[in-house]
Design a protein around this ligand. Structure first.
Ligand code: FE2
Length: 386
C-alpha cells in the first residue's frame, strides 16, 4: 500500500509540472449507452439507481431513426439510446457488444481546439467539430475514438441553456423515484486486450496529455486463480481519471478476459460514482433491487481496524453496518475509502458500477482487490467462465 501512495505523490507532482495543458477538461459531460430497449433501461436507472428524468429525443421530437432518454443525478448524466430501424448502424454496435457504454463525453471550453489538438496527435476522428442549434442556443461537439469502438466526445456548451443538447426536449415524467445520493463520476475504467495496456497508456499520454499516476501489476492484483494489470490515467487537473486494465496470466481465466470475450473487444468495464453517504446510498440501492457482489468472508471485516491504521479513529462508520451491506474499506496514507461493486447490469457479464465514498484516500482500493476478485471469481465459476 505504501507503494501506491508514493505513486500518487509522484504523479501529482508531474500533473502540476505539466502547466501547459493542451486539452483542458472541465469534467465529464455525459455517458451514452447503446442499449436494446432505452425505455426499459431508463425505467431501471430511475427506479433502481434513483436517476431523474431530464431530456428526451425521438419520434416526438422529429428524430426518426433512434430514441434517447437522458437521466440525471447530481452531476452525472446518462444517455440511453436505442435504434428505431433495422438499417441504423447502431444495430451493428448492439449486435457485437450488447448493451454498453458507447460515449464518454467530456465537457470542454473549446470543442474545436480539443478535436484539432487530439487528432493532430494521432487520434482517429469520430465526428468533426459540429455546431448544433435550437431555441436555447448552440453547442459545439466533436469526437474521437479511444479503445475499441468507444468514443470521447468533446462538448462545448457555454452558449447553451437548454435541458441537455439541441434537439432534446425536457422530459417531464409523473414517475420520479427519490434520488439515492449519487454525486459525480469518480472514474471510468477501460478493459483492453492482452498486452494492450501500455499502448493505451501511451495513447492517453500522447493524444490527451494525461499522466499515469498509479500502476498495479499482476503481482499486486491477483488471486490464487486469476490476475490483471492496471494503470490509472489522469488529466492535468485531476478531474478525469481513466484506469486501463489488461488481463494477466493466471491458473484460470482473468475477469478482464471474460469481459473482452463477452463484449467482443475492449470497452468500458465500470463506472465509479461518488456518494458522501455510502451506507444510505447502498441501503437504498439494495432496497430497490440493485445486485451487488457477495460479501467477503468474516476475516476481511476482522482485519479492517488493522488496515485503517492511523485512520482508525477517523472512521465514523460502524464496521458491523458496513459488513451488513458488504461495503469494502481501504486506506492509504491520506485517509480511507469505502467502496462496493454491483454485479454486471446487463445479461452479458460486462459493464458494472462501483459506488465509492472517499474520506481522504486517493487510491482505488488496492487493499480490496484480492477480496473483490475472489468474489468476482465465485460469480465467474457460476457462469462457467473462470
Ligand atoms: Fe474502480
Amino acid at each position: 500500500m505504501a507503494k501506491e501512495v508514493k505513486s500518487v505523490e509522484y504523479g501529482l507532482e508531474k500533473i502540476f509540472e505539466g502547466a501547459q495543458d493542451f486539452l483542458p477538461l472541465l469534467g465529464t459531460d455525459y455517458v451514452e449507452f447503446y442499449v436494446g430497449n432505452a425505455k426499459q433501461a431508463a425505467h431501471y436507472y430511475k427506479t433502481a439507481f434513483g436517476f431523474q428524468s431530464l431530456a428526451y429525443s425521438g419520434l416526438e421530437t422529429g428524430v426518426k431513426d433512434k430514441v434517447s432518454y437522458v437521466l440525471q443525478q447530481g452531476k452525472i448524466r446518462l444517455v440511453l439510446t436505442t435504434p428505431l430501424t433495422s438499417s441504423s448502424p447502431l444495430n451493428d454496435h448492439l449486435r457485437k457488444h450488447g448493451d454498453g457504454v458507447k460515449v464518454i463525453a467530456l465537457w470542454v471550453e473549446d470543442a474545436r481546439s480539443a478535436w484539432e489538438e487530439t487528432t493532430k496527435r494521432g487520434a482517429k476522428s469520430f465526428m468533426e467539430p459540429t455546431v448544433e442549434k435550437d431555441s436555447f442556443g448552440e453547442v459545439v461537439r466533436s469526437g474521437i475514438y479511444t479503445y475499441g469502438e468507444t468514443v470521447h466526445m468533446f462538448v462545448e456548451r457555454k452558449k447553451y441553456d437548454g435541458p441537455f443538447l439541441p434537439g432534446f426536449q425536457k422530459w417531464e415524467s409523473d414517475y420520479n423515484p427519490e434520488p439515492l445520493g449519487l454525486k459525480f463520476i469518480d472514474h471510468m475504467v477501460g478493459n483492453v486486450g492482452w498486452g494492450e495496456m501500455n499502448q493505451w497508456v501511451k495513447w492517453y499520454e500522447d493524444v490527451m496529455g494525461f499522466v499515469n499516476f498509479l500502476s498495479f501489476d499482476d503481482k499486486q492484483i491477483h488471486t490464487e486463480y486469476s490476475a490483471l494489470m492496471s494503470k490509472v490515467m489522469s488529466n492535468g487537473n485531476g478531474r478525469i481519471k481513466f484506469p486501463i486494465n489488461e488481463p494477466a496470466k493466471g491458473k484460470k481465466r482473468s475477469q478482464i478476459e471474460e469481459y473482452i470475450d463477452f463484449y467482443e473487444g475492449p470497452g468500458c468495464q465500470h463506472i465509479a460514482v461518488a456518494t458522501d453517504d455510502i451506507i444510505k446510498t447502498v441501503a437504498g440501492l439494495k432496497a430497490r433491487g440493485v445486485e451487488f457482489l457477495p460479501p467477503p468472508p468474516q476475516a476481511y471485516y476482522d482485519e479492517i481496524p488493522a488496515r485503517l491504521g492511523v485512520h482508525r479513529d477517523m472512521m465514523k462508520e460502524d464496521i458491523k453496518e458496513l459488513q451488513k451491506l458488504s461495503i469494502l474499506v481501504d486506506a492509504d496514507e491520506e485517509g480511507y475509502l469505502l467502496q462496493i461493486f454491483t454485479k454486471p447490469v446487463e445479461d452479458r457479464p460486462t459493464l458494472f458500477f462501483e459506488i465509492i465514498q472517499r474520506m481522504g484516500a486517493k487510491g482505488f482500493g488496492a487493499g480490496n482487490f484480492k477480496a473483490l476478485f475472489e468474489s468476482i471469481e465465485r460469480e465467474q465459476e457460476k457462469r462457467g467462465t473462470l
